[in-house]
Design a protein around this ligand. Structure first.
Ligand SMILES: C[S@@+](CC[C@H](N)C(=O)[O-])C[C@H]1O[C@@H](n2cnc3c(N)ncnc32)[C@H](O)[C@@H]1O
Length: 212
């Protein structure tokens, strides 16, 4: 196996209690550490050279390209790297053989755990900077959805979209915000009420048809 130069480390939903020992080991051993400002504030040590990831992703890619000739670069991403993270951008810019991935707990996993629900038959989709296909979102009996959100596609706008795609306004929705943090909040309501309530942004939504 070729030497891994870019180590993409999942840091879980946010609270340090939910990060794996394998991830912590990689982060602590890093000479070069890349991640969001919040992750860097939490994990970076003074002896590490850090680079904050912003919307200017190219700047982070250039930093990684420059540093991997010196030592491996650890890239911290929220949740699990395999579910809508910077991993895909890295694979477009670097040979996949250079990349090692350390998995972690996704915000979706924690949301389902909080609700004591299995997710093996859930339809998992992301509204984070995208809109999933109507075909995948539309109501079918027994369906359970797990959704990432953003500021535009929030608890209210998504509830309206789902109602327009055949979901009953009485369907149950769990709005899971700030998962793992001390101010974590889970609101259990209906799609009809969530559609007209104050929007909750950057949360996980779990939506269930009434027959589940
Ligand atoms: C770019 S996606 C990253 C997803 C991440 N890879 C994962 O596995 O959770 C960011 C979105 O994940 C969700 N998210 C991440 N952390 C969260 C948390 N602690 N509580 C609730 N939702 C969270 C929100 O929908 C947020 O807008």
């Amino acid at each position: 196996m070729s030497e891994k130069k870019i180590i993409v480390v999942g840091i879980g939903p946010g609270n340090e209690k939910y990060i794996t020992p394998a991830a912590v080991e990689k982060i602590h051993a890093a000479k070069f550490l890349v991640g969001g400002r919040r992750a860097l504030e939490t994990f970076a040590k003074p002896n590490q050279e850090i680079f904050p990831v912003t919307k200017e992703i190219d700047a982070a890619i250039n930093f990684i390209r420059e540093k991997i000739s010196i030592a491996p670069v650890v890239v911290m991403v929220s949740g699990d790297p395999g579910y809508y993270s910077m991993l895909e951008t890295l694979k477009k810019n670097f040979d996949a053989a250079l990349i090692e991935v350390i998995p972690s707990i996704s915000s979706l996993q924690l949301a389902f755990a909080r609700l004591a629900l299995s997710w093996h038959d859930a339809t998992l989709l992301s509204f984070h900077g995208r809109r999933p296909n109507d075909e995948d979102l539309k109501f079918t009996p027994q369906k359970i959805l797990g959704l990432l959100t953003d500021a535009e596609f929030n608890s209210a706008t998504i509830s309206k979209i789902l109602i327009s795609l055949g979901w009953a306004a009485t369907s149950q929705i769990n709005i899971c915000a700030r998962l793992s943090y001390p101010d974590e909040k889970i609101i259990s309501t209906t799609l009809g009420d969530a559609a007209i309530a104050e929007p909750v942004k950057h949360c996980v939504l779990v939506v269930r048809s009434m027959d589940r």
